[in-house]
Ligand binder design. Structure first.
Ligand code: C5P
Length: 320
């Protein structure tokens, strides 16, 4: 086989509880990840060297050299296999760049799945997970999809049971926010406030709302400890969040480290009307609707007659 295409979803954080700064520069988290139906596509073609090309949503802001996380993923996988494989990656972006929706992590996860297939390595999900956690804190979840709670720096995952499909609206902002800067601002605000920072815990009512598929209860439970920091760095997001609430969002939250804002709707129809309302309010560069949870990386084109769905052991955690 000489070409494999993998489709991979974005994520939103339903709870992002940030503990104190650790000695290694990371924070202990309780991070409830939820994969949503905004997809990047990564095509891997057999080549002698390693290269990457990016097109689509804000492609000009994505590096096409060794800084690209998808290429780093391919290099790490080849190293793990102990072979000097080559690949040319083509990334078609729809996930906002540096938007708090783990677009770079998604592309890295897709590259791992695509190259595993392209090079015929047949590595199990567990091996890919190990490589993924070295690439970034959100890459393991990007391999898993569905809904899961992450602990540690977000890389230790337990899939969660979800009793329904949730409908979302995402307000995309102009320009991204650096994750490291947002965490740094969070530390600065906390230091200024002088409050002790407790150990993060999963919110039981949020997990219950997920199990029940209860959008109204979930909307009331969405929390993000990085939100004050994102708002401090990008004051205009307060108006975006307020506009969503005013138009009946069940919950309004900055997605991860931002600046994308996420709004939970009552239904698919409500998501459409909410999105239309936000567009007329001029509070976002673009407005998208999506649903979740959705499965993780999926092979959409590859060798004929092979299974179309990768990875393997966590299908029950994702629905489309
Ligand atoms: O793991 P990743 O490279 O995606 O993290 C980017 C940055 O986000 C880190 O360098 C760190 O500043 C911050 N971060 C953190 N605690 C986490 C995850 C990320 O402080 N649990």
């Amino acid at each position: 086989m000489n070409s494999v295409t993998v489709r991979v979803p974005a994520k939103v954080n339903l709870q992002l509880a940030v503990g104190p700064l650790r000695d290694d520069g990371y924070h202990d988290l309780v991070n409830v990840f939820h994969a949503v139906s905004i997809f990047d596509e990564v095509t891997a073609v057999a080549e002698t060297g390693m290269s990457v090309r990016v097109e689509g949503e804000s492609a000009d802001q994505v590096p096409e050299d060794g800084d690209n996380l998808a290429i780093q993923a391919a290099v790490a996988l080849a190293r793990h296999a102990g072979r000097s494989y080559g690949v040319s990656l083509a990334i078609r972006k729809a996930i906002p760049v540096a938007g708090g929706m783990a677009g770079g992590s998604a592309d890295a996860a897709a590259a791992l799945v695509a190259c595993n297939e392209l090079w015929g390595l047949g590595l199990p999900l567990e091996d890919l997970m190990e490589i993924a956690s070295d690439l970034g804190s959100d890459v393991p979840f990007a391999l898993l999809g569905g809904t899961a709670v992450g602990t540690g720096r977000g890389e230790r995952l337990a899939p969660l049971e979800v009793g329904g499909t949730f409908h979302w609206v995402f307000a995309l902002a102009d320009g991204g926010l650096s994750t490291a800067k947002v965490y740094g601002e969070c530390d600065r605000i906390r230091q200024e406030g002088g409050e002790p920072v407790g150990h993060p815990r999963a919110a039981e009512p949020l997990l219950a709302a997920l199990r029940a598929g209860d959008a109204r209860a979930l909307g009331a439970e969405l929390t993000n400890d990085l939100q004050p920091a994102a708002l401090s760095l990008r004051g205009s997001l307060a108006r975006t969040l307020q506009a969503g609430r005013a138009h009946g969002a069940l919950g309004a939250i900055v997605s991860g480290s931002g600046p994308t804002c996420a709004f939970l709707a009552e239904s698919e129809a409500h998501a459409e009307t909410l999105a239309a309302a936000l567009k007329t309010e001029n509070v976002a560069r673009d407005v998208l609707t999506a649903h979740g949870p959705v499965p993780g990386p999926t092979v959409v084109q590859g060798p004929p007659g092979r299974a179309q769905r990768i990875p393997l052991s966590h299908d029950e955690s994702g629905q489309s």
